[in-house]
Design a protein. Structure first.
Length: 259
């Protein structure tokens, strides 16, 4: 016999237990796109407590749509070992070009990240940051639906040692830190410069250079990194996104190990 209220109780109790258990963590990542998920996977692989907030109902950022809703993505040779590690099938197209299913890649990466211990909360937006003593100490969260409905609902806070902005083109965390705190980011202007037009080759090359700390204890990866530093967008080639997430994880791992 199934009891409808027991089903509701199981969902509510399980969800809120996970949320309460993660009010404090090592790293909070805003954005469950390819770079954010990749960063979370490698951080958890190193044994750290990682929480990911995704404002959309469906994680993955732009990856499921592939190129113009053709659900295929392209990666280059340099990033293929990452997809091999996760068990994603790739097809060799020509020298330095591989094609993968965008849906399989997202499904496998989500599964691998969760199995490593990543805690992913979808439909929750990071709307502000905790800044104490001139450094990031966590984030301020709220239901995405509350913002869409324009409801005045006060948010909640989550504490972490580091925060990663993996929100893609919008660079939402970097924008709010710059706008609301008046702080200077580690860019040439002190603010988010904004992305340039598409140029896959240049955008992919500069992405890893732009993946770094932009404010004390705040890192950027993926398209957010190029948006913050004024790099080019890349379109449906995702190798740089994965490598950027891996690099962010490596840099934060080193910082956490040295604490």
């Amino acid at each position: 016999m199934l009891d409808d209220v027991v089903i509701s109780r199981a969902i509510i109790e399980s969800y809120y237990k996970e949320l309460l258990d993660n009010l404090e963590s090592d790293v909070i990542i805003s954005g469950a796109g390819p770079a954010g998920l990749c960063a979370s996977y490698f951080l958890c692989k190193e044994g750290f407590k990682v929480v990911v907030f995704e404002r959309a109902l469906r994680p993955g950022g732009g990856m499921p749509g592939g190129g113009m809703m053709f659900n295929k993505i392209v990666i280059q040779e340099e990033s293929k070992p990452l997809l091999d590690e996760w068990g994603v099938n790739t097809t060799h197209y020509k020298e330095n070009y591989y094609v993968a299913s965008s849906l399989e890649t997202l499904g496998v990466l989500l599964s691998q990240a969760i199995k490593k211990g990543v805690h992913i909360f979808n439909s929750i937006s990071v709307e502000d940051a905790l800044i104490y003593n001139d450094k990031i100490n966590g984030v301020v969260i709220n239901w995405t639906a509350a913002g869409i409905a324009n409801f005045h609902v006060d948010p909640l806070t989550m504490r972490s040692s580091f925060v990663v902005d993996a929100t893609g083109h919008a660079a939402e965390v970097a924008q709010v830190v710059s706008r609301k705190s008046g702080a200077r980011l580690f860019t040439s202007t002190g603010q988010v410069i904004g992305e340039k037009s598409m140029w896959a080759e240049k955008g992919e090359k500069i992405l890893l250079e732009n993946t770094k700390e932009i404010f004390p204890h705040l890192y950027v990866c993926g398209m957010a990194a190029n948006a913050v530093f004024g790099g080019q967008r890349m379109g449906p080639i995702f190798g740089g996104m994965f490598l950027s997430g891996q690099k962010a994880a490596q840099m934060i791992t080193q910082r956490l190990r040295n604490k």
